[in-house]
Design a protein around this ligand. Structure first.
Ligand SMILES: NC(=O)c1ccc[n+]([C@@H]2O[C@H](COP(=O)([O-])OP(=O)(O)OC[C@H]3O[C@@H](n4cnc5c(N)ncnc54)[C@H](O)[C@@H]3O)[C@@H](O)[C@H]2O)c1
Length: 402
C-alpha cells in the first residue's frame, strides 16, 4: 500500500509506516487541489498538516484512498462529512502536545511570580532595577486550574512537584490527582487561588465565560493564565483589571482573533501592559510534540489499514476494537439504518462463521461493525456481507481461506 506524506511530517512517522510494510512517498510542501487530484490515484493513506485542503473534488479523484492523517490538532482543512460519505477515515492527534502546554504554563507561573517580563524589558532598556518587591516563589502558593481534562490534570501533577497547592474546578466529575482539591464552584476557586489557569474546551457555551465578574472575584494581586481558547476570555475586562492593579500579571497564548498567517500584525488590547506575557498560540508547538504527533497519527493510520481500527477517528464511527492478535477480522462500514447488525449476524451465521468478538459504533448516517471471527475467513463469508444494500465498504484482515 502506498502512503503519501506532505508538509514535512516528522521522520518518526515515516519509520513507523515503513515498519508496517507501507511504501512511503514524501513531499516537503503542501499540494494544491489540482496537484492532489493528479497525485492521489494509487495512494491508500495520505498524511497532511494544516496547509493542505481536502475538498470533495480531491476525494472524488482519490479512488484508492482509505484514510487521511492530519498530523496536527485541528481538522478544519478536511471536509470531514465529504470524507465520511466516501468512507474515508480521518485521524488527528488531539492530545500529543499536552505536555508542551503544561511546560509553557509552568514557565509562566514562575515568570509572572518573579515579574520577569518587566525585569527583562528594563534590562534591555539599560536599567538596573534590583529589587525583591512583588517577587514571589511559587512554593506554597495556590494554583487554581479551571478545566481538569488532559492538560489540567497533567498541569496539576507537575505543579504539585514544584510545591504549589493545587485546587481545581471542572463542570464534569473528575478524579483529583495527587493532593489536588476539587472545588464545588468556580467562585470558590477564584476566592482562593493565587494563580488561575484556564484549560477548558471550546464548547460554544464557554464563549466569554471568563469576564469582568470573574476577574473581580479573583484575589487581589493574583495572576491569570489562558492557554485554552481565546474566545473564552473578555480581554477588555482583563486589561482593566491589570491596569487597576487588581491583577498582578497575566499570560495569554490564545486570543479571540488571531492573525491568519506568519508575519501578520497582532492586534490586541493587551499589548503594552506591564507583567503580561503574550505568546503567539505556541502552547503546543514544540519539536517533541511534533514527534509525538508523528508517532501517534502514523499509528492510527496503520491500525486502520491493517486492522480496521477506527478509535479516535474524527469522522467515522469510532469503534473501540482490540488489536487483532489471532483469528481474522471483518471491518464493515454501512449506512446507519435499523436492523443492520441483525442482518450482518444472520448472513455470517448462514455461512457457518464462528464470531469470536464484535464491536460497533454509529455516528450520524454511518455505522461501523468490527467482527472478529475464527481464522481463516472464507471469501463466501465476506461476499455474503458485501452484497447487502447497506454496505459502504467491507474489508477483511488476517488469514483468509485459500
Ligand atoms: N495553547 C495551545 O497551543 C493549546 C494546545 C493544546 C490544547 N489547547 C486547548 O486547551 C484546552 C484544554 O485541552 P484538553 O486536551 O485538556 O481538553 P479536555 O477536553 O481534555 O479538557 C477540558 C476540560 O474542561 C472542562 N470544562 C469545559 N468547560 C468548562 C467550564 N466552563 N468550567 C469548568 N470546566 C469546564 C471539561 O469538562 C474537561 O474536563 C482546549 O481548549 C484545547 O483546545 C491549547
Amino acid at each position: 500500500m502506498k502512503v503519501l506524506l506532505l508538509e514535512n511530517i516528522h521522520p518518526v512517522a515515516v519509520s513507523l509506516l515503513e515498519q508496517h510494510g507501507f511504501e512511503v512517498e514524501l513531499q516537503a510542501g503542501a499540494m494544491s487541489e489540482d496537484e492532489l487530484v493528479a497525485a492521489l490515484p494509487g495512494v491508500a493513506l495520505l498524511g497532511i498538516r494544516s496547509n493542505t485542503t481536502i475538498t470533495p473534488r480531491v476525494l472524488d479523484a482519490a479512488d484508492d484512498l482509505l484514510a487521511i492523517g492530519c498530523f496536527c490538532i485541528g481538522t478544519n482543512q478536511v471536509d470531514l462529512p465529504a470524507a465520511a460519505e466516501r468512507g474515508v477515515a480521518v485521524f488527528n492527534a488531539p492530545y500529543s502536545n499536552t505536555r508542551s502546554v503544561v511546560e509553557l504554563v509552568i514557565g509562566e507561573i514562575i515568570a509572572l511570580g518573579r515579574r520577569l517580563p518587566e525585569k527583562t524589558q528594563r534590562m534591555h532598556e539599560g536599567i538596573w532595577d534590583k529589587s525583591a518587591k512583588g517577587s514571589h516563589e511559587v512554593r506554597g502558593r495556590t494554583l487554581g486550574i479551571v478545566g481538569y481534562g488532559n492538560i489540567g490534570t497533567q498541569l496539576s501533577n507537575v505543579a504539585e512537584g514544584l510545591g504549589l497547592r493545587v485546587i481545581f474546578y471542572d463542570t464534569a466529575d473528575r478524579l483529583a490527582h495527587g493532593n489536588a482539591r476539587r472545588m464545588t464552584s468556580l467562585d470558590a476557586l477564584l476566592a482562593e487561588a493565587d494563580v488561575v489557569s484556564l484549560h477548558v474546551d471550546g464548547r460554544p457555551g464557554n464563549a466569554g465565560f471568563f469576564g469582568d465578574e470573574q476577574f473581580r472575584r479573583m484575589k487581589p494581586r493574583s495572576m491569570f493564565i489562558n492557554a485554552s481558547r481565546g474566545m473564552v476570555v473578555d480581554d477588555v475586562a482583563l486589561r482593566e483589571h491589570i491596569l487597576s492593579g487588581h491583577l498582578a500579571g497575566a499570560a495569554l497564548d490564545v486570543f479571540p482573533v488571531e492573525p491568519k498567517k506568519q508575519g501578520d500584525e497582532f492586534t490586541s488590547v493587551l499589548r503594552g501592559l506591564d507583567n503580561v506575557i503574550l505568546t503567539p498560540h505556541v502552547g503546543g508547538s514544540t519539536q517533541e510534540a511534533q514527534e509525538e504527533i508523528g508517532w501517534f497519527v502514523a499509528g492510527k493510520l496503520a491500525g486502520f489499514a491493517h486492522e480496521g481500527r477506527t478509535e479516535l477517528s474524527v469522522n467515522l464511527p469510532a469503534v473501540q476494537a482490540p488489536p487483532l492478535v489471532e483469528g481474522s477480522r471483518i471491518g464493515y462500514l454501512h449506512h446507519n439504518v435499523p436492523g443492520v447488525l441483525a442482518e450482518v449476524n444472520a448472513r455470517l451465521a448462514e455461512q457457518g462463521v464462528n464470531v469470536t468478538g464484535q464491536y460497533l459504533a454509529t455516528r450520524g448516517e454511518h455505522g461501523y461493525v468490527v467482527t472478529d471471527v475464527a481464522a481463516p475467513l472464507s471469501a463466501d463469508a465476506t461476499a455474503a456481507l458485501a452484497t447487502s444494500p447497506h454496505t459502504m465498504w467491507l474489508r477483511a484482515f488476517g488469514p483468509r481461506e485459500q
